[in-house]
Design a protein around this ligand. Sequence first.
Ligand code: PAF
Length: 280
Amino acid sequence: MKIFKKINPLQGYLSNIDINKTIGFVPTMGALHQGHLSLIKRSQLENDLTVVSIFVNPTQFDKKEDLITYPKTQQKDIDLLISIDCDIAFVPSTEDVYLEKVESQNFDFGGLEKVMEGSFRDGHFDGVGTVVKRLFEIVKPTNAYFGEKDFQQLQIIKKMVELEKIPVNIIGCEIYREDDGLAMSSRNTRLNKVQRKEAPLIYQTLLKAQDQFHDNDINDVKEMVKNTFKNNPILNLEYFEIADIDTLTPTSLKIKEKKYRGFIAVFADTIRLIDNVALN
Ligand code: PAF
């Protein structure tokens, strides 16, 4: 595997690749787990060459503490990438990604950025849009892979690519789960034993919501979710919303033709976990 820390040598290497070859790209913030590996494996299957970036993007963290405590395991990540035969790891510095100023571009994602994660994490999606746009400029991938665990992020990246007219296919990949249903996340490593044991309740509740969605009002489903977490001493519900997959606007009314998902964010102490599930 080739490891590049600087942009010029990476671009030099990529520019020597046959123009007809496809480049698959998996941007990550490191602390790699099976969920990331499933994206990388898909990219390897569908492309001639796979590039994985590892960059903990400061502008997408609205809380300093979250950035400081975000797990950083670079050597382990590199070893893991070598073990699965990844072609290229790109591990840039903040200076290289942001050049002069570590700040976000302001995007108008047509409202997608204002709801759910956007309403609880100030500036988060501007930060994500900025770094992904920059990484796309550097790597110029044919296909880029993102997990559906961050479904809102996935829709926003699709919108960003459309707005900025970036020639790349955005490919959403199914959520990869632990055996007990907990969605894989780099943050899971921060859970203590008690929190880890309780965390599968998040997915169990989403499955219950999925089960109830067809025959019940949205408000009743939301009430069920609220009650499930009401007296839970370990998990604190931040939000549960039902939204159609195009606008992501939380709703309490079902429209027959639309596709809906349930979106949840839960705190275990200061560790924030998100998940979502298709409802119809
Ligand atoms: O999903 C992530 O890990 C990050 O938001 C991403 C897409 C790598 C941008 O920093």
